[in-house]
Design a protein around this ligand. Structure first.
Ligand SMILES: Nc1nc2c(ncn2[C@@H]2O[C@H](COP(=O)(O)OP(=O)(O)OP(=O)(O)O)[C@@H](O)[C@H]2O)c(=O)[nH]1
Ligand SMILES: [Mg+2]
Length: 312
């Protein structure tokens, strides 16, 4: 707390966001979701005297389509700030966007069959989504602390996994250390994410979402518009998964359970695990090694098939 007359300190990130946005309120997430694909329209003339951030977005987005989250991750800017700057570019007619994510039923069975197995790591030179891709969807990779979320995203992603920051209000202030910024009403949480092209037309973004109850506000944002979730479980720490399942069910997410066994000696039988986690009979359970690409790909295919079956 600051005493009267004492100057408030704020974090450099907070100041930076404020300066870049000119203190304007950030746009609603619905306007430009994390997975909206954007590019600079080919016929547009570059700005005169752009800010460094607009220039950086212009340069990055002139090469092809990228998701909003990728723009934020690559430029190391908070996603809210990037949304605001992209909205400005849209209002001025500089930006093209791909469609909003499709309803689940429009995903083809072909997509699920070809999922992962066809995808090749993007070359170092080509960071952009293929021109043929019309749609991007979001899948959450969820689980308790240190269960392998970042690992499985890194294993599956065709691009080097990225990080972006999401804002949260003070819900977590008593846990997160806000002493450097008294009076600050928001805190940020880092999300790591990767990309996987599922078919010629469809790209999937995997977002690692922390499972602690204090991130509930983040969940509201992340669950909206997501296709479903991969729930990572360490069988040696089953109790840590209960609150995560509560969150998944609270937000009505379809999910598959991926058992990421750290200790090969702690092998729970599937029935035992289902009972312990109180799973519905049709919730898929897959044993996987988050470090192994084939194993992780099989797990993701199981989830996508489950989502398709649910949507049918
Ligand atoms: N033995 C083993 N180690 C793993 C496996 N998956 C992940 N790890 C390791 O476990 C540690 C935690 O994995 P992360 O991927 O960082 O877990 P996380 O869920 O992203 O962790 P937080 O984001 O901190 O909650 C890392 O050191 C990984 O290398 C696995 O299947 N087996
Ligand atoms: Mg992580």
């Amino acid at each position: 707390m600051t005493s009267p007359g004492e100057e408030q300190q704020v974090s450099s990130g907070f100041v930076r966001s404020y300066v870049i946005t000119g203190g304007r309120g950030l746009p609603e997430a619905d306007e430009l979701t994390l997975v909206t694909l954007v590019t600079i329209a080919p016929d547009r003339e570059p700005y005169r005297n752009p800010s460094p951030e607009i220039q950086a977005i212009w340069d990055l987005c002139s090469g092809g389509y990228l998701s909003v989250a990728e723009v934020a991750g690559r430029l190391e800017l908070p996603v809210g700030v990037v949304r605001l700057l992209l909205k400005d570019l849209t209002d001025q007619g500089h930006l093209l966007r791909r469609k909003v994510p499709p309803p689940l039923s429009s995903l083809t069975r072909r997509s699920s069959r070809r999922c992962c197995m066809d995808s090749r790591p993007a070359s170092a030179e080509n960071i952009y989504v293929s021109d043929a891709v019309q749609r991007a969807v979001k899948i959450l990779v969820i689980g308790h602390f240190a269960v392998g979320k970042t690992t499985i995203i890194g294993t599956l992603s065709e691009i080097k996994p990225l990080r972006t920051e999401e804002r949260m209000t003070q819900a977590a202030a008593d846990i997160d250390d806000l002493r450097g910024a008294p009076g600050k009403e928001t805190t940020t949480v880092a999300l790591d994410f990767g990309r996987l092209t599922l078919s010629d037309e469809l790209v999937l973004y995997l977002f690692g979402t922390p499972g602690q109850q204090r991130f509930v506000e983040l969940w509201e944002d992340m669950a909206r518009g997501s296709l479903g979730a991969l729930l990572l479980v360490d069988p040696a720490r089953l109790a840590d998964t209960f609150p995560v399942i509560d969150l998944v069910e609270k937000y009505g997410l379809e999910y598959a359970v991926a058992v990421n066994s750290f200790d090969p000696h702690t092998r729970h039988e599937e029935e035992e695990l289902r009972e312990a986690l109180d799973l519905l009979p049709d919730t898929p359970v897959v044993y996987c090694d988050a470090r192994d690409r084939d194993s992780s790909a099989r797990t993701l295919i199981t989830l996508v098939r489950h989502l398709l079956a649910r949507a049918a």
